[in-house]
Ligand binder design. Structure first.
Ligand SMILES: *[C@@H]1O[C@H](CO)[C@@H](O)[C@H](O)[C@H]1NC(C)=O
Length: 428
């Protein structure tokens, strides 16, 4: 391809750019976009904020913003803006089935708050949903995206719902953990294969049959099979050639201590005949054992042969979601600051890739530079705030205050977080 292009370029640069433009046009025109949201003006007419958790005053507000650091301040998304809150918002699109189609679900997400416990995932819902009531209990078809909690949970969720059961992906897919924008892409193909991409790079791929437990396994170990009587699974045996050395058993375990002396005041008449105490015999090596050799008849560890699983019934529609109709965000956040943008539901991975390049790809370097600048400022502020005067009394007071402050912050931060997060994870 590269060589062919170079040759074309030499021949006629105009022809080349025309050819590229044409092929891009073809890619674009063949793609079907079911839903695309860049959060431009008017987004609020397309999205419905749920009343979920409102009466408990636990529903968080969304901030329409490009965030504290960005590659283009005019390119806004929606960001969680209150700590310890639930968030639920959704948009409707014309109902679709992905039967015999590739389904691409993509969005970008940025955790400006240095997310320590919270989700950054989105959901696709089916059928009819009361969007005003959309919340943690609303059934969903697909849940996809990053989830972070503490040191142990830092993964990309890919949950597929079949017959009302949520099936989690069995493979570990680590998510991004920095404070910059990243694009998450889930591709589901009609041959029941999938791919998970982060920033247009494939991080995981495989089959719905093997990487989820949606259907029972195609093959199982034969439960009827028994290990044959004569199956030799001992890897090592005693060497039959090895002989016990003559006199081996005559070596005593203990011997008299030759260095012991009969005490001066020992009275043979009263104390009986003196005998030296015994000590362990350095020559004694324990009961004789033949040395071990490899068993020439070793057949390996026995395992039951695999057979077709009688409980397996293929479902060629394993990948099909026939009534997709809503895309939603439903989250619990301890610390707010997660910003969503560029949501796409389409049938064409190339289109999704191009969208990611045009948005995240174009802005990522400027965003990184803005982030580095913001970090520099923050660090400077922090050093400025640190006590510089050398009065020992004052310094001690301040550090005491700081320690106290930290401790009580932790108490507040940990307890509700832990309990609510457990709830959130139970819901899965
Ligand atoms: C929304 O985000 C901007 C940019 O980070 C910030 O300046 C503003 O304070 C935020 N507004 C709310 C209500 O959180």
């Amino acid at each position: 391809m590269a060589i062919a292009q170079r040759r074309l370029q030499i021949m006629n640069p105009n022809f080349l750019s025309l050819a590229i433009a044409l092929s891009l046009l073809l890619v674009i025109s063949s793609a079907k976009v079911f839903f695309e949201e860049r959060f431009d003006d008017g987004w609020e007419s397309r999205w419905v904020k749920s009343d979920w958790k409102k009466d408990e005053k636990m529903a968080g507000e969304w901030n329409y913003t490009s965030g504290k650091w960005n590659g283009d301040s005019n390119d806004k998304g929606i960001q969680t803006s209150e700590d310890y809150r639930f968030y639920a918002i959704s948009a409707e699109f014309p109902e679709l089935s992905n039967k015999e189609k590739t389904l691409v679900f993509q969005f970008s997400v940025k955790h400006e708050q240095k997310l320590d416990c919270g989700g950054g995932y989105m959901k696709l819902l089916s059928g009819d949903v009361d969007q005003k009531k959309f919340g943690g209990d609303t059934p969903y078809s697909i849940m996809f995206g990053p989830d972070i909690c503490g040191y142990t949970t830092k993964k990309v969720h890919a949950i597929l719902t079949h017959n009302e059961v949520n099936h989690l992906i069995k493979k570990e897919v680590p998510c991004e953990t920095d404070q910059l924008s990243h694009v998450y892409t889930f591709i589901l193909r009609p041959d029941a294969t999938y791919s998970i991409l982060i920033d247009n790079e494939e991080k995981q791929t495989g089959s719905l049959y093997s990487d989820w437990d949606i259907l029972p396994p195609k093959q199982i170990k034969d439960p009827e099979a028994k290990k044959p009587e004569d199956w030799d699974d001992k890897e090592f045996i005693a060497d039959p050639e090895d002989k016990k050395p003559a006199g081996y058993d005559d070596i005593p375990k203990e011997i008299p201590d030759v260095d012991a002396k009969k005490p001066e005041d020992w009275d043979d008449e009263e104390d009986g005949e003196w005998t030296a105490p015994t000590i362990p015999n350095p020559e004694y090596k324990g009961p004789w054992k033949a040395k071990k050799i490899k068993n020439p008849n070793f057949k390996g560890k026995w395992t039951a042969p695999m057979i077709d699983n009688p409980d397996f019934k293929d479902d060629p529609d394993i990948y099909v979601f026939p009534k997709l109709k809503y895309v939603g965000i439903e989250l619990w956040q301890v610390k707010s600051g997660t910003l969503f943008d560029n949501v796409l539901i389409a049938d064409d991975p190339d289109y999704a890739k191009k969208l990611a390049e045009e948005t995240w790809g174009k802005q990522k370097d400027a965003e990184k530079a803005a982030f580095d600048e913001a970090e520099k400022k923050r660090e400077e502020e922090e050093t400025k705030d640190e006590p510089v005067d050398s009065d020992a009394e004052d310094e001690k007071d301040e550090s005491d205050d700081a320690a106290e402050g930290d401790a009580s912050d932790d108490d507040v931060a940990e307890d509700p977080a832990a309990s609510v997060d457990e709830d959130a994870h139970d819901e899965l």
